[in-house]
Design a protein around this ligand. Structure first.
Ligand SMILES: NC(=O)c1ccc[n+]([C@@H]2O[C@H](COP(=O)([O-])OP(=O)(O)OC[C@H]3O[C@@H](n4cnc5c(N)ncnc54)[C@H](O)[C@@H]3O)[C@@H](O)[C@H]2O)c1
Ligand SMILES: [Zn+2]
Length: 690
């Protein structure tokens, strides 16, 4: 290996080898790192770094070996699957190896996969695929002889796995005897053992209570639970199973397609996931990917992508395998939700109620498809519990639209000079003392909105937000300017804002100034519930505001309500009642409310208050899909004003499901449970006739 190669490639910018002698050294280093992490992940079920970081190392090694084939060794991790089986278990040799899957990340990868498949099948015009989910668990092989479960083995290194038959027998989702009567002499079912999100949360809560180590994620929990030497421990953990493939088959003929194989499995009583489809071409694959991506959060188990398989089994056979994965299948992965980066500092943020949130300032890192530079540490106790310090390398998580958070630090990468976070004594914005009541986890700026611009801004942003007064166009930056330049101090000042004042602000075009003025004007017509919510009373969220509005019917009645009367409202306890009373007793707040009413904010008051008819009282509705004329909010408001409740998920207690176009899972679930289903007209009729 000459230094020439290394310097040329460095100029390419392909791989950073600074400080390393040559490619050989780099490849050796990568192999050692990858092997170390694989061992922690596959054998110990206790990963040391996020998957995305591991994948980065792995991809670098693949690229290196492709560019310099002489570097490739037979024992390179790129040529192998999984990890070595644990010696404590009896070993099982897989007659048909259990392989991994190749990965794709963007649309182009999938187009290329589809093209390679068509080329590999003598240039067929269009390929048919079976699409399914990529479950985040561990692969298992279940051997049934004449319908009876005789052996279960983990994937291990793909060739040799661990005999976990005794443990698998405790998994209720897996039949010990196949349904029906005609059974093949030997059937080797391949599938994934996994743990559902709810069971994972329960398990971790139990581990916490027992002072034992919590699992990093459901995959590790599933793997750790299955690979127990004592099956009684496995039996205490709720594991599930989905079948997705086949190894050996004797005494029966293979169905013609993968989808038919899964249908057959379902008939045999094996769990097969419902979320699957048969599609054509790359566009069909991408359609499935987007649909699942949208519903990912609501699935009861974790997935890290979807899997596409050529549907016809004869075509699968024709395409065959490369070293560690089939050519006929690919996993289309979602962007990683976890990444590793360095905490450069820990600052604090002041919320609208004065709550002080420690925030990690991070070296920029891409997580879940966006660049993250700040991540919440929630509160001081949490920082101590997780022992996160300035200078630490940490794992950052960003799942969907959720605010990025720091999950943990990486002990082996902690430098000697880390510094702990110190809660400042004074608010960084207004210099008022920060106080922390003994019985609360949260420290607060004691300045209140009168002294603290951060609280003022937060309060105003809450006031104008979509679920409060819904004033469009008043974003973060505009509110910042208005508060900083002292154009407005309270929400009431918003209603005095004229075009001139707005136009004087930086970068405010005449047209957008006019839009803001119009939006403010429009917001004057609102509902009592929105108005109460907009006030930003501590502990009064949207649901409580709705309850208050429905219960009292008019603002004056609410203003006069005693704590005892407040306690009569559904779901309101002593803490909330006291918080409402103390807010309303504050002369500054009384002044604010008077000014807002004087500015012309109004709503339809209900003269009879609590006596208003509430025909849907006690009924729970679930909304799904797109209704022809009503938005979800409107439909929910109609149901709630008639006394009904709107819930997020369907259960036996659901009274009605209101389904529109493109209703998904919830509709299917309602049908399963026999819950009555209404369309928009049905809902309207119900409201009229009651
Ligand atoms: N954090 C770490 O240190 C570390 C170490 C090693 C591996 N890993 C992670 O493990 C993964 C690689 O491991 P891998 O070889 O198990 O590959 P993989 O997880 O990328 O894909 C192959 C596996 O997918 C599973 N699978 C789920 N649904 C499936 C379906 N419908 N059809 C077929 N298979 C399905 C099977 O168990 C199969 O073995 C990567 O995500 C990598 O980041 C992480
Ligand atoms: Zn402050």
């Amino acid at each position: 290996m000459s230094s020439e190669i290394s310097s040329a490639a460095t100029q390419d910018g392909a791989v950073d080898v600074s400080g390393l002698e040559n490619w050989q050294t780099r490849a050796d280093w990568l192999r050692a790192e990858i092997n170390r992490h694989s061992h922690a992940y596959y054998v110990l079920d206790n990963p040391t770094i996020p998957d995305a970081e591991y994948d980065k190392l792995f991809r670098e090694l693949v690229a290196l070996e492709q560019a310099h084939p002489d570097l490739l060794t037979a024992d390179s991790p790129t040529q192998r699957v999984g990890g070595k089986p644990l010696p404590q278990f009896e070993q099982v040799r897989h007659a048909v190896p259990m392989l991994s899957l190749n990965n794709g990340f963007d649309d182009e990868d999938i187009d290329n996969f589809d093209r390679r498949v068509r080329e590999g099948l003598a240039d067929i015009a269009e390929a048919e695929y079976s699409t399914e989910l990529k479950f985040d668990g561990l692969a298992i092989s279940l051997r049934y002889e004449n319908g009876l479960l005789t052996q279960a083995a983990t994937r291990g290194d793909g060739v040799t796995g661990e005999n976990v038959t005794a443990n698998i027998r405790t998994v209720k989702a897996i039949p010990l005897r196949l349904h029906g009567s005609a059974h093949p002499a030997v059937l080797d079912v391949r599938g994934e053992v996994l743990m559902f999100k709810a069971d994972f949360a329960k398990l971790n809560a139990r581990q916490r209570d027992a002072g034992q180590k919590e699992f990093a994620n459901p995959r590790n929990a599933a793997a750790g639970s299955l690979r127990q030497l004592d099956p009684r421990i496995t039996a205490q953990r709720t594991l599930r199973f989905f079948a997705y493939g086949i190894g050996v088959l004797e005494g029966a003929s293979l169905p013609p397609t993968h989808s038919a194989l899964l249908d057959w499995y379902a008939e045999l009583g094996l769990p097969v996931c419902r979320e699957r489809a048969v599609v054509k071409g790359a566009s069909g694959l991408l359609g499935f990917f987007r649909d699942i991506g949208q519903r990912r959060k609501s699935l009861p188990y974790e997935i890290d992508g979807v899997v596409y398989k050529v549907n016809r089994l004869d075509q699968q056979q024709a395409l065959g395998f490369v070293s560690r994965a089939p050519r006929f299948a690919i996993a289309h992965k979602f962007p990683a939700e976890e990444a590793m980066t360095v905490v450069q500092d820990i600052g604090v943020q002041v919320g609208r109620t004065g709550a002080i949130t420690p925030v990690a300032r991070l070296a920029p890192v891409s997580v879940g498809g966006v660049t993250v530079t700040n991540a919440t540490l929630h509160n001081e106790d949490e920082v101590r519990r997780k022992d996160i310090q300035i200078g630490d390398t940490v794992i950052v998580r960003r799942a969907g639209d959720v605010i990025p958070e720091v999950v943990s630090y990486v002990p082996e990468l902690r430098p000697a000079d880390v510094r702990p976070f110190v809660m400042p004594a004074l608010c960084p914005i207004c210099s008022s003392p920060i106080v922390k009541p003994e019985d609360e986890a949260v420290a607060r700026c004691s300045g209140g909105w009168v002294k603290c611009p951060a609280q003022r801004k937060g309060g105003l942003l809450h006031f104008v937000s979509r679920r409060a007064m819904d004033i469009e166009g008043l974003g973060d930056q505009l509110v910042d300017q208005l508060v900083e330049k002292q154009v407005i101090t309270t929400a009431a000042d918003l209603y005095k804002l004229g075009l001139t004042a707005l136009s004087e602000l930086d970068r405010m075009a005449a047209k957008s100034a006019q839009n803001v003025v119009n939006a403010i004007e429009k917001s004057k017509s609102t509902t009592l519930a929105r108005f109460i919510y907009a006030l930003g009373i501590r502990h009064v969220g949207e649901a409580t505001a709705k309850e208050l509005a429905a219960h009292f019917g008019s603002l004056d009645r609410l203003l006069q309500a005693s704590e005892a009367e407040l306690l009569e409202v559904a779901d309101i306890g002593p803490v909330v009642a006291a918080s409402i009373r103390s807010f309303l007793d504050d002369p500054l707040n009384q002044e604010l409310i008077a000014q807002l009413r004087a500015a012309g904010i109004h709503w339809a008051e209900n003269a009879v208050g609590e006596n208003k008819p509430r025909p849907l009282l006690g009924k729970t509705f679930v909304l799904t899909g797109t209704l022809p004329t009503l938005t979800r909010d409107e439909a929910a408001a109609m149901i709630e004003s008639a006394g009904g409740k709107v819930a997020g998920s369907v259960s036996k207690k659901t009274s009605y499901v209101v389904a529109g176009e493109e209703a998904g899972n919830k509709l299917a679930k309602a049908q399963d449970l026999g819950v009555p289903i209404l369309d928009e007209d049905g809902l309207k009729r119900l409201l009229e006739t009651q």
